[in-house]
Design a protein around this ligand. Structure first.
Ligand SMILES: C[S@@+](CC[C@H](N)C(=O)[O-])C[C@H]1O[C@@H](n2cnc3c(N)ncnc32)[C@H](O)[C@@H]1O
Length: 308
């Protein structure tokens, strides 16, 4: 047993680098070697949910709203022990990161203030992991929500069951006096790297995105809302993530909500690094919608981006 653990420890060539490791929400830093080739891009069907790992459900309270999240073991799914993230192999989707809760809180207040509605909207959650922001959009009337994760296993073991559990619990709560109706959202699940996943996503403009010519190309293409939480930690992944957003966002009213730490210690990415790239390209206007500095980790932010 001991030798198995030390083998696993060797395999995990990563080091916790967050300011406060005890928060349980830190990233792991790699003693860098070349990452393996990315997994293939796939649509994972809801029926492909995997029963082979133990899945338990627990409630998450987000400012008075209760959503449900599953728990599966990283060991059972990826044969990794105590690993937050292994670049190029497992990108952290089995864990619930605090940015996704910041994102839901912000979406909720945007809705309350009349600045956002999900009713009838096409939504994409990038780097979804548990998928709670996308699930929130389902419960608030989105017509479709597509969930994307690097790892198909995350979708099979966690995201798909989470979507099912939340929709089921929501329908159980509906009484005759409840304003919101049953969830009628089309949900689909896509895995793969941001550099390639546009080949399988269904609402993407097939041509290489060109903002100037986009209005003539296809007004109906693209997602109305793109959500992402804790996706901008790796500097090397930022250009592909940005290009994907440009390919996916509907013109001219599409909006992106991004929750992230201002800076990820040890890996160098962060909201500001991503926004520097966005600003250099010049296609988007960005605004800071929320800032969380609760001392539990480095400063977290939620940004809103829309096309100029
Ligand atoms: C730290 S996890 C955050 C998960 C979830 N959004 C949350 O906040 O709980 C980062 C997510 O980004 C996605 N991701 C990271 N790098 C990626 C890449 N190069 N291509 C596609 N997805 C990637 C992974 O799917 C992973 O679930």
């Amino acid at each position: 047993m001991e030798s198995k653990q030390s083998d696993q420890a060797k395999e995990e060539i990563f080091r916790l680098f967050d300011e406060k490791p005890t928060s349980g929400l830190g990233f792991l830093d790699a003693e860098r070697s070349l990452p393996p080739p990315p997994p293939p891009c796939l649509e994972v069907l809801a029926s492909e949910v995997s029963p082979s790992a133990k899945y338990t459900v627990e409630p998450v309270n987000i400012g008075g709203l209760t959503l449900f999240k599953g728990r599966v073991s990283t060991q059972e799914v990826f044969t990794l022990t105590n690993s937050d993230l292994v670049p190029g192999k497992y990108e952290g989707g089995l864990k619930l990161w605090e940015g996704s809760l910041d994102l839901i809180t912000t979406l909720s207040s945007e809705m309350q203030d009349g600045r956002l509605s999900f009713t009838g909207k096409r939504v994409l959650e990038l780097g979804c992991g548990h998928g709670l922001p996308g699930i929130f959009a389902c419960l608030k009337g989105a017509s479709l929500v597509h969930f994307q994760d690097f790892n198909s296993e995350v979708l099979q073991y966690l995201t798909i069951p989470n979507v099912a559990v939340n929709i089921e619990k929501n329908s159980q709560c509906l009484g005759p006096d409840v304003e919101e109706g049953p969830v009628n959202t089309e949900t689909r699940f896509f895995s793969g790297d941001w550099g390639e996943v546009h080949h399988v996503l269904s609402c993407v403009c097939s041509n290489e995105y060109n903002i100037r010519s986009r209005p003539q190309l296809d007004q109906a293409a693209g997602y109305d809302v793109i959500l992402m939480a804790e996706t901008v930690y790796s500097i090397s992944a930022l250009p592909n993530l940005y290009k994907l957003i440009k390919k996916c966002l509907s013109y001219p009213h599409g909006v992106v909500y991004m929750a992230a730490k201002k800076y990820y210690f040890g890996v160098g990415g962060g909201s500001r690094r991503f926004l520097a790239l966005v600003e250099k390209d010049g296609a988007f206007v960005s605004s800071l919608v929320a800032e969380v500095a609760d001392g539990s980790s480095n400063v977290r932010e939620v940004w809103k981006l829309h096309l100029k």
